[in-house]
Design a protein around this ligand. Structure first.
Ligand code: CA
Length: 188
């Protein structure tokens, strides 16, 4: 009698264990997998556009990622700027929602052409919106500032070259003429 009880208990334990293992294996994986990718790669560079006293520059773009980690902009400084380079990320318009700001001191920018990394802190983005990398207009005089590289022609279809020459009161785009030199990165 005692032997039968032990066998029944062992059998039940086995059934419970098998049931548990099966249910764990059958449970769907809930962890969302994130893949880091380079999104936009507009690396054509023909000339530099000056960000200096009252002059600012911007490039609109689309995303194929769900989070933006950072951008790279092809840039150098000229002369000895006395103002910081202010880089903004905006959504849906040159004067749209401000999503992030990065500030670079003149000392942190090279005088030779380089890719400058702009951190966007993994901001949530979507493919229906248009985003803008905006280099705010500078101050002082025209003998110093920063230059953002750009390409001749519409080499990037999903966005446009924008500029201001009056401190940002009026921004104009030249969609068929140029595109700035930039890259974006994030997680899909
Ligand atoms: Ca374009």
């Amino acid at each position: 009698m005692r032997k039968e009880k032990i066998i029944v208990m062992m059998l039940m334990t086995t059934i419970i264990a098998v049931t548990l293992i099966t249910s764990i294996q059958a449970r769907p994986i809930e962890t969302k997998l994130r893949y880091f990718v380079q999104d936009v790669n507009q690396d054509v560079f023909n000339r530099g556009f000056p960000v200096r006293n009252n002059w600012g520059a911007a490039q609109s773009f689309k995303v194929n990622v769900s989070e933006l980690s950072h951008a790279q902009i092809y840039l150098r400084k000229f002369g000895n700027p006395d103002f910081d380079l202010r880089v903004e990320l905006k959504e849906n318009g040159i004067n749209g929602t401000l999503l992030d700001v990065d500030i670079f001191s003149p000392g942190s920018i090279n005088s030779s052409w380089n890719w400058l990394s702009v951190d966007f802190n993994n901001i949530s983005v979507n493919s229906n919106s248009t985003y803008f990398i905006v280099l705010s207009p500078g101050t002082g005089n025209n003998s110093y500032g920063y230059e953002w590289g750009y390409a001749f022609g519409n080499v990037y279809d999903d966005g446009s070259f924008w500029f201001t020459r009056d401190g940002g009161d009026l921004w104009r785009d030249l969609p068929t003429r140029y595109d700035f030199t930039f890259r974006t990165f994030g997680y899909i």
